[in-house]
Structures are given as C-alpha cells and as structure tokens.
Write a protein that binds this ligand. Structure first.
Ligand SMILES: C[S@@+](CC[C@H](N)C(=O)[O-])C[C@H]1O[C@@H](n2cnc3c(N)ncnc32)[C@H](O)[C@@H]1O
Length: 452
C-alpha cells in the first residue's frame, strides 16, 4: 500500500480547490495540500488518507511555481486568516475567476456561464476596515490576540496584520497590554469561563474614525469605564468603546446586546457619496473601496430610470439600497437584525432619502406575504444563501430583474440553478469582485432577467 498516513510522496500541484488548497494527483487519488500553488513540485506528507482523496502537508518544495511569492506576513504559514499570501496577486484573481466558473458549472449546471474578469481596486494589502480577534493566554500567562491556526482553535498571536487597515495596528499590542494590566480574565471556551472573548476593531476608511469593542461573557468588567476613557484620550481617532455580551457556548462572535461605554456607539463612513453611521455589531462590507466599485457595476448594469419599485432583501444598514433608492421611485429593504434596520432608517433620514421603507424580519417570512410587484429584487444573503421559501416566492412574484450579490459561490450557484430552472430566468452576466485579497474567498454578483 503506497498511500499510508505519514508517508512522504512527490507530487506536482495542478489546481486550487474552493477552500484555497493546492490540488495534485498521486497514483489514482487526489491530494489537497495547503500552502501550495499550481506549478509547485513538492514532497508532501500524507496526513489523512481516504479511498479517493488525501490531505497532505507541504514537507519540501522541490521546484517553486512561477506564481509563488514571498508572503507579505511573517506568520502567513501558520495563521488561518489568509490562505493565499504565498500566491502572486494576478494569479489570485485568475484563480477566483476559475472558482466562480467551476461552481456555476458543477453545482449550478450552467455549461458556459458568462463570468466577467474579477473586479479589483488593486490594493491587496491594508484593505480591511474591520478586525475581530479572538483572545487567548500564552504558556507564560501573557494576553494574546490574533487568528486561529488553520483548522484549529490554537491562536497565532499578532501585533499587526498586513491585510488590516494599518491605522488599526497600533491599538492591538497596547490593548492587549492594558487588558493584562487590568487583570481581566480571558475567556476559556473549553470551560466556558472568563470575562473577555474577542477584541473588535472597526475603521471608517474615509473618515478615519475607529471603534473598539470588547466581546464579553458578562457585563461586569471592573474598571472598563476608566480604561475606555484612557483609550479615547490616547487615540484621537477612536470615537467609541463598547461592550457586546455573548454569554452562549457558541462559535458565533457577537452576542445580541451591545452597550456603549465611552464616546459614541457608531463611526461615520462615506460610501457612494452618502454618510453612513456604522455600529460595531452590524454588517458592513469589509473592503469599502471594492464594494463601492461593485455598486457602480450594479448601477450601470441596472440603468435605473427613476420609475422602478426595488426590493432589497438582506439590506443590512442600507449600504446598497440607499444609493440605489436615489435612482428609483420606491425602495423597500428587508432585514432580520433590528439594530441594522434602526441604523438603516437613520442613514436614510440622515441623507435625505425619503422614498425608502424598511421591514424587520426574515426574508423567507416577509417576501411570501408581499402583494406588490417589484421591478427589481436585490438579494445579498449571508454565506448560506437564500432559503428555499425565498426562491419559491421569487418564482411566483416574477420580478423582471434580479440582482444576486453573494459571498459564497457554491450557494449562489445552487440558488441560480433553482431560479433558472425551466428557463424562467436567464443570467445576463456575472461579476466577481475581490473583497478578500490574500484569501480564497470571492464575492460575485449575478444579473438575471425574466424570460417569460
Ligand atoms: C451579506 S449581509 C448584506 C448587507 C447589505 N446588503 C450590505 O451590503 O451591507 C447580509 C445581511 O442579511 C441579514 N440576514 C441574515 N439572514 C437573514 C434573513 N433570513 N432574513 C433577512 N435578513 C437576514 C444579516 O443581518 C445581514 O445584514
């Protein structure tokens, strides 16, 4: 038997899979190897062997691919935050384009999907406007913050992260020290004990305003008011410090309740020419500039004439619906999270947009109850995609145009298959966008028209 666990094999990497691992073949099986690139020839240690595939670990690089680069991060080989720091940026874009095509072909059954080049604003580092770091304790008792190692809950301690907006970095090391000095207990997920679980940082790219949030197990954190004031004084761009309580045994980061401890409970950001207030606990696209470029593609593709009724399902704090509302007769936003809707209502009023209303609830409950006939439905669901009830309502409502914004192409492909069954809808184009450089994640927008 030539494929035992632990065995060293020599392979050539020919592909990348959807989670970002290199893919090669050894004898009759497929081998997935993190940290490799198509074109690499390598010695790989088999770490898990199944009948038709195996997982391997890079042991020695014999010949480096032409697409391999030196990572822009010193912990890139350990940290699970990025998968593609070792791949040149041009090739990352090519790989993401392929990823979208493959998902549409394999999962959606589309033979020749019309996928455009990946949209990018060409700043593959220093782009993220938000960081949420799990906290931990080192063997010597030091407070740590960082990301988990690939496939584990072991923390890789960071004092800076090259994909984050560099203005957030100075806070990281100092806040860890302050937590240590205050003697606040770091949460232990095994025992479900301790006080602080995560450190959240957020920045308005255009305004420079920052928010600091501690995600805590219980509200009681002695000295937090004084510490929060000290942080506000030390960092003039920091406009608010909040606590968010998550007292559940869960992998979800944020809990349901957020309280501002010092300063204000939101930062201001300029997006598509509008001023938004963004809270620590509501969704906002992490790459502001590319999200704005994608919105321009949506606007140009839709070519709205001012007469349309638009529904934005999964509208968040109004990032997409508010700029679009200025180009239609009426807009309706649907959103599950009450805090996001509250913020969306504020953002609409603040920008003088008065042809938009919002409904709080799950799209799968709200949409089937709607008796109106929208001209355009915009969908921007979380990674799991649309509930089947949402797809069924769309098949009944038959809006002439659907725009589907997705952060997971597998569920996009699944949902497009349902919408295009029997030829009811046709995809006119698909625009991928690089919202997450250095990672294997890709955003994509599909434009659909009703055919009959
Ligand atoms: C990917 S975000 C998009 C938000 C917004 N379109 C934007 O660009 O900022 C998805 C949003 O859907 C909301 N959401 C998740 N599940 C939902 C559901 N079943 N019904 C309605 N909204 C939901 C989340 O709270 C989140 O605000």
């Amino acid at each position: 038997m030539s494929k035992q666990q632990g065995k060293l094999i020599e392979i050539t990497i020919t592909d990348l899979n959807s989670t970002g691992d290199g893919v090669g073949r050894f004898e009759e099986i497929v081998v997935f190897v993190p940290d490799t690139v198509p074109g690499d020839r390598a010695i790989v240690r088999l770490v898990q062997v199944k009948a038709e595939y195996a997982h391997g670990k890079l042991h020695q690089l014999l010949q480096a691919s032409a697409h391999r680069v030196r990572a822009g991060c010193i912990v890139a080989d350990k940290c699970g935050g990025c998968q593609w720091q070792h791949i040149d940026y041009e090739y990352q874009l090519v790989a993401k384009h392929d990823q979208v095509i493959q998902a549409l072909q394999r999962i959606g059954g589309f033979v020749n999907p019309p996928v455009d080049r990946v949209l990018t604003t060409d700043a593959p580092l220093g782009y993220r406007n938000k960081a949420t770091y799990p906290l931990g304790i080192s063997a010597s008792g030091k407070v740590q913050a960082g990301y988990y190692q690939k496939g584990s809950h072991r923390l890789v301690n960071l004092n800076q992260c090259p994909v984050q907006d560099p203005r957030l970095n100075p806070l990281l090391a100092q806040v860890k020290q302050d937590i240590q000095q205050r003697g606040w207990q770091i949460y232990d997920e095994g025992k479900h004990q301790g006080q602080i679980r995560h450190l959240g940082l957020r920045i308005g790219r255009r305004t420079g305003e920052m928010l600091l949030t501690l995600i805590v197990k219980e509200w009681n954190l002695p000295g937090i008011e004084q510490q929060a004031q000290e942080w506000l004084e030390r960092y003039p761009q920091l406009v608010g410090v909040s606590l968010n309580r998550n007292h559940h045994r869960t992998n979800a980061i944020f809990g349901d309740e957020t309280r501002c401890v010092a300063g204000v409970s939101y930062l201001r950001e300029v997006f598509a020419g509008l001023e938004f207030q963004v809270r620590p606990d509501t969704f906002f696209q992490v790459y502001t500039e590319t999200a704005e470029a994608l919105l321009q593609v949506i606007q140009s593709e839709l070519n709205l004439q001012g007469q349309e009724l638009l529904i934005d399902a999964y509208c968040g704090i109004g990032t997409l619906i508010l700029p679009l509302a200025k180009q239609v007769r009426q807009a309706i936003g649907l959103e599950l999270q009450p805090e996001a809707v509250e913020q969306a209502v504020f953002n609409a009023e603040h920008n003088g947009i008065n042809n938009v209303t919002f409904q709080v609830g799950a799209v799968e409950n709200l949409l089937p109850e709607m008796s109106i006939k929208p001209d355009v439905v915009l969908l921007d669901p979380p990674r799991k995609g649309c509930d089947r009830a949402v797809i069924n309502s769309l098949l009944e409502l038959k809006p002439p145009r659907i725009v589907y914004v997705s952060c997971k192409v597998a569920t996009l492909a699944r949902d497009l298959k349902f919408l295009c069954q029997d030829g009811l809808y046709q995809i006119t184009s698909i625009q991928p966008a690089d919202f997450f450089p250095q990672t294997a994640h890709v955003e994509a927008v599909a434009f659909l028209v009703l055919t009959h």
